[in-house]
Ligand binder design. Structure first.
Ligand code: NAP
Length: 290
């Protein structure tokens, strides 16, 4: 039976740590501030934005919400980003994706001041991550690393397989595992013999977006299985990519969905907002865990 990695508990620890840092910064007259921009009426995005605002309250981070109508033009959105770039009380800017059709998401991301890019999606920050000199880490992959550390799982020298190569999860996930000295393979929709490659993994991270994609036959006995997927099953219930029932008896550690990677993403966003405040005030950033 695998041990469950409890993302709720680990995310609460990260938020506690962030809250302590926020208190210390406030003593120095610095109040970390996050602006969350939501365009349109996507109900899932509204829930994410509400959760981010709640996490700001819990950690003591100042937050501003900009809820813009579906009819917002690219120019109006870029103008808002420019205002937020210049605003001294705001250290982090998050534009909730997906944006409504017709808005160019990458142009919006590129308009964000890289020092306020708390999602770490700007090409400057992506490049910094590539060379290993980063101030911000993309929230979901950073959350996975934090979960592995919290469970005492060594990455160095391990065969790590990441399924998925998106810019927001798969690629940065692979890069962070590499920075932690894992031997990393990235699989995607054109990968040949994916089950065999997955079954070589000591650490298997799935970020595909398909329910029950990872089955027992793809998992090595004793592997660590991290499920980034957030899907709905036939009955509409939230589930990951991993067929939990069949994989859990084989794995040594596994993350549940919900309650695994999901809560970590928001906690890491809070951490990035504090890092942004420190960066903009020329203070040393969070220390990496040894
Ligand atoms: P995405 O942009 O759709 O990327 C999915 C990746 O999976 C792509 O690289 C795709 O390959 C690959 N893929 C799709 N079908 C495949 C197949 N049959 N075999 C092998 N690879 C396949 O999705 P994403 O944004 O990375 O998100 C992935 C999942 O993570 C989603 O369920 C999303 O909701 C979830 N997510 C969760 C969090 C969280 O906080 N827990 C955060 C972000 C995302 P190609 O590149 O070849 O098309």
């Amino acid at each position: 039976m695998a041990k469950l990695i409890d993302g709720k508990a680990v995310s609460a620890e990260v938020k506690n740590q962030v809250a302590k840092e926020v208190t210390q910064l406030k003593e120095q007259g610095i109040v970390p501030g996050l602006a969350v921009v939501l365009v349109g009426n996507d109900p899932a995005s509204r829930i994410y934005v509400n959760n981010k605002k709640k996490a700001c309250e819990v950690t003591g981070i100042y937050s501003e919400e900009y809820a813009l109508p579906e009819s917002t033009t690219q120019q109006e959105l870029l103008d808002l980003i420019r205002q937020l770039n210049a605003k001294k009380t705001i250290h982090g800017i998050l534009v909730q994706s997906p944006l409504p059709n017709g808005l160019d998401e990458s142009a919006v991301v590129e308009a964000i001041d890289p020092q306020k890019d708390v999602d770490a999606f700007h090409a400057y920050n992506v490049g910094k991550i590539m060379i290993g000199e980063y101030a911000f880490l993309p929230c979901t992959p950073a959350g996975v690393i934090e979960l592995l550390h919290s469970a005492g799982i060594e990455i160095e020298g391990k065969n790590c397989v990441v399924i998925g190569r998106s810019n927001i999860v798969g690629k940065p996930m692979a890069m962070l595992l590499l920075h932690h000295n894992g031997t990393v393979t990235i699989c995607h929709s054109r990968t040949k013999d994916l089950p065999r490659i997955c079954s070589t993994a000591d650490i298997l991270v799935s970020a595909v977006g398909k329910a029950n994609f990872v089955t027992a036959g793809m998992v090595k006995e004793g592997a660590v299985v991290i499920d980034v997927g957030m899907n709905r099953d036939a009955s509409g219930k939230l589930c990951g990519d991993v067929d939990f029932t069949s994989v859990e008896p084989i794995a040594s550690y596994i993350t549940p969905v919900p309650g695994g990677v999901g809560p970590m993403t928001i906690a890491m966003l809070m951490k990035n907002t504090v890092s942004a405040a420190k960066l903009q005030n020329k203070l040393p950033l969070f220390q990496e865990r040894p």
